[in-house]
Design a protein around this ligand. Structure first.
Ligand SMILES: [Zn+2]
Length: 277
């Protein structure tokens, strides 16, 4: 009786969460968002403050000007419906050898100096920044957290359902199997979907800003060459570079007209003059 009531309450809770949170992503995929943008922005800002305390910040004016120049050109092209104006973004260059860059909800962006060494020109840096900004615009952080919340709820519900029927060892084995199922079947495909969505949106943003979309392909080729000991594709949260490179290459044709249009309209960023050597 007791477990039945819990199950009913659980189902009611789940369906109300699903109804409240279902929305459609920029490329038209159904997505579940359980946190409010305000909650996500607060978490983004908090994490960013922690990173600023933990990592060294690059103060070289020229380097900062270079990254800001590329970021501004991209941010100017973000459609207003996403709710971010270019001046809403805070950009920090971290003095760190890691080949890394990230963007967080609330308009926070970090680029590592290691990434500046890998990227050969403004176009390649634009493809990285475009990709990271796109994760924020498409609310991938929220979607990912929502998926995890749902998984935890589902596992808790299943544990309760099993509790009155089987012994502890069987129960544990079942939970373990569910954990694996969750890892292979639910969470990772979403992440790969997010990566490919961020690649699409990012490559279109860079082209609209007047950066050459073909350079996104070169960047990932360079990244693949540098990244030794690639994790197996199945377990990786990022698609294997081969898959990503093929996708980006296939998309070049679609985005070249945007690039040519940008050039014709005078959007020709000249950030490379500040690139640190
Ligand atoms: Zn990504």
């Amino acid at each position: 009786m007791f477990t039945k009531r819990i199950k009913q309450a659980g189902i009611a809770l789940l369906s109300s969460l699903l109804m409240a949170g279902c929305s459609v992503s920029p490329t038209g995929e159904r997505t579940l968002l359980l946190n409010s943008p305000q909650q996500m922005n607060a978490m983004g800002s908090q994490s960013f403050e922690q990173m600023k305390q933990k990592l060294d910040i690059e103060t070289d004016a020229r380097t900062n000007r270079y990254v800001q120049c590329v970021a501004d050109a991209i941010l100017m092209q973000v459609p207003r419906e996403y709710g971010y104006a270019p001046q809403d973004w805070e950009l920090v260059v971290f003095k760190d050898e890691a080949v890394n860059a990230f963007a967080l909800p609330g308009g926070k962006m970090g680029v590592y100096t290691g990434m500046l060494k890998l990227t050969e020109n403004q176009h390649q840096l634009a493809s990285v920044i475009g990709h990271e900004v796109s994760h924020v615009l498409a609310q991938h952080g929220n979607a990912r957290m929502s998926q995890q919340m749902l998984t935890q709820l589902g596992m808790a519900a299943a544990t309760i359902a099993l509790a009155d029927r089987v012994d502890t060892r069987t129960q544990q084995a079942a939970i373990l199997a569910m954990g694996l199922g969750v890892q292979y079947g639910v969470l990772l495909p979403y992440s790969r979907q997010h990566e490919s969505e961020a690649d699409k949106l990012g490559q279109s943003l860079m082209a609209q800003a007047g950066f050459d979309p073909r350079e996104a392909v070169t960047l990932w080729q360079n990244m693949a060459q540098k990244g030794n000991a690639q994790p197996p594709e199945l377990l990786s949260t990022h698609p294997a570079p081969g898959t990503r490179i093929r996708q980006l290459d296939a998309q070049v044709e679609a985005y070249m007209p945007l690039y040519q249009q940008a050039l014709a309209q005078g959007r020709r960023p000249e950030c490379d003059q500040f690139k640190p050597r």
